[in-house]
Ligand binder design. Structure first.
Ligand SMILES: Cc1cc2nc3c(=O)[nH]c(=O)nc-3n(C[C@H](O)[C@H](O)[C@H](O)COP(=O)(O)O)c2cc1C
Length: 174
């Protein structure tokens, strides 16, 4: 089991080209579970997750993301939102400006890994106009959209993305 999980992590890569094939409901439920089970500071879970199946809303999100049209072509689009106020109630400024962002980043990575484990794929999209995305989703004022994640079946087989060598990014101190 451990090796399989590591294989999934090692082989994950961003996908921006999806088959026109719907994603089953049981898969969507597992993806939501992966999001919900992420760690968060003080287990505050300062987040809300949207699953977008509506084509018009997907197109609105693609527009808010400066024309990244692969968002509109994905069968499902997740939007991960942070609730900075909820985090600030527990941890003040650090909760508002750091923990809620780290918490939602952990959830987003869980989502990508879970997708890969079910032979789906996705891409973490962070370049978008937050105000426009919030308007498209009619978000409550206390939610901040922090990641748009289109998910689907990859059109082509992909390999792992090139990464910097280990000695450049990690140090073991004995
Ligand atoms: C915070 C963040 C924001 C990102 N924003 C975008 C984006 O707006 N558009 C996009 O196509 N990819 C985006 N990516 C995906 C990265 O380009 C991708 O993860 C990186 O090139 C490494 O490739 P890999 O995911 O295949 O390992 C983003 C990734 C992260 C973590």
């Amino acid at each position: 089991m451990t090796l399989q999980l590591l294989d999934v992590i090692y082989n994950r890569s961003s996908c921006r080209d999806f088959l026109d094939k719907p994603v089953d409901d049981w898969m969507i439920e597992n993806l939501l579970e992966a999001l919900r089970r992420a760690p968060s500071a003080g287990n505050i879970q300062p987040w809300h997750f949207f699953v977008i199946l509506n084509q018009k809303i997907k197109e609105g999100l693609a527009k808010a993301a400066y024309g990244q049209n692969f968002i509109a072509k994905a069968p499902i689009v997740f939007v991960v939102c942070a609730n900075p106020i909820m985090s600030s109630l527990g941890y003040g400024k650090r909760g508002r400006s750091l923990y809620c962002i780290q918490d939602t980043a952990a959830a987003t990575e869980n989502l990508l890994i879970a997708a890969e484990a079910m032979e789906l794929a996705g891409c973490w999209v962070g370049a978008f106009n937050e105000e426009e995305a919030a308007k498209v989703l009619n978000l409550s004022h206390y939610l901040r959209p922090v990641a748009i994640v289109p998910i689907g079946y990859p059109k082509k087989k992909r390999g792992p993305t090139h990464k910097k060598p280990m000695d450049e990014v990690a140090t073991i101190i004995k």
